[in-house]
Design a protein around this ligand. Structure first.
Ligand code: DHB
Length: 315
């Protein structure tokens, strides 16, 4: 029995990886994570220039199931990110996540990448001005096709969660046209909280809003549905794109559900962010726990490989 998986031709010893930017934001932390049982590591989204990110609290947990962040893409810039990655020896594949606010920025960032096995294009950051890129199909086609024409690494596009499945399908058609290798579904959902309604006189409520990307278990069903619909559509139309599932994954049962819905690999984000940890696990122990449960499920059902049960939910 093996829990290895192959995404866009890249072999992973198991299907787990961290979600970009949550907890494991810098190469030293990714280096520590690779010493656990993780299948691949994913960098924080890098932009052309360094960004300080937003001031004030940028990641908050509002209930056991709801996390929100408005980090504002803090990162040291693509060149420094690459330089820092090169300080370590990597024994698992690296997924380099890049962002940008224009075609030329995405393009130049992708050309800078001379380390790693996969590129993840963040087309769905909810915290930058100019809107969420994947919702603009022209821009999506221009960015993804110019990158695919100029890099040799396989490219995944990370999308927002869709409530309109027809729009998700149109986006997949667009990515297929650009020959994108796979899709990461889903990023966080744009969200709002009011931090406190108990305000001193004269203070405005509008100063007390927390706008950001929502993650955690609250996102699970929406993300899983996106993976299910995308995988079914890709299989039916023989589009040959692989899916990485992400959104609300905390337990191995969650991982199994994503695989049953068609994901070839998964990412965990909020689960590693803090207060979760029913057994006092450190964030670094999460992949081991997910893999153990996955192995037990496969043993119990006599599955020799992930491919034996992947996608069963729509077959
Ligand atoms: C940020 C980026 C994301 O892609 C996301 O989903 C949430 C937050 C950020 O850095 O602000």
């Amino acid at each position: 029995m093996s829990i290895e998986t192959i995404i866009a031709g890249v072999r992973l010893k198991n299907p787990t990886m961290n979600a970009s930017g949550v907890t494991f934001t810098m190469p030293p932390l990714l280096n520590r994570l690779q010493k656990s049982e993780v299948g691949a590591v994913v960098t924080k989204t890098a932009t052309k220039n360094p960004r300080e990110g937003n001031k004030g609290p940028s990641v908050l947990q509002f209930s056991s199931d709801i996390w929100m962040n408005r980090m504002g893409l803090p990162n040291p810039g693509i060149s420094k990110t690459i330089e820092e990655l090169k300080e370590y020896d990597w024994n698992v594949p690296i997924v380099v996540s890049i962002g940008g606010s224009s075609l030329s920025e995405y393009f130049n960032n992708s050309k800078n990448i001379d380390i790693g096995e996969l590129i993840e294009l963040n087309l769905s950051c909810p915290n930058v001005s100019g809107g969420i890129i994947c919702f603009d199909l022209n821009q999506t086609l221009n960015i993804t096709s110019s990158i695919k024409n100029n890099v040799n690494l396989p490219v995944f596009a990370k999308l927002s969660p869709y409530t309109d499945i027809e729009k998700l399908k149109k986006t997949i058609d667009t990515l297929y046209k650009a020959e994108i290798d796979g899709i990461t579904l889903t990023n966080t959902a744009p969200s709002l909280e009011i931090i406190s309604i108990l305000l001193p006189v004269n203070e405005k409520i509008s100063n007390n809003l927390f706008k950001g990307g929502e993650s955690g278990k609250a996102l699970f069903g929406l993300s899983l549905r996106n993976v299910y619909e995308a995988a079914k559509y890709i299989e039916k139309n023989e589009l040959g794109m692989d899916i990485i599932g992400v959104g609300g994954i905390e337990t191995s049962d969650d991982v199994i559900k994503y695989i049953l819905c068609g994901a070839k690999a998964i990412q965990f984000g909020s689960a590693a962010a803090g207060l979760y940890n029913e057994n006092n696990l450190s964030s670094f122990e999460i992949p081991k726990k997910l893999c153990k449960g996955l192995e037990n499920y496969m043993l119990k059902n006599d599955f020799k490989s992930i491919e034996e049960f992947r996608g069963e939910a729509y077959k």
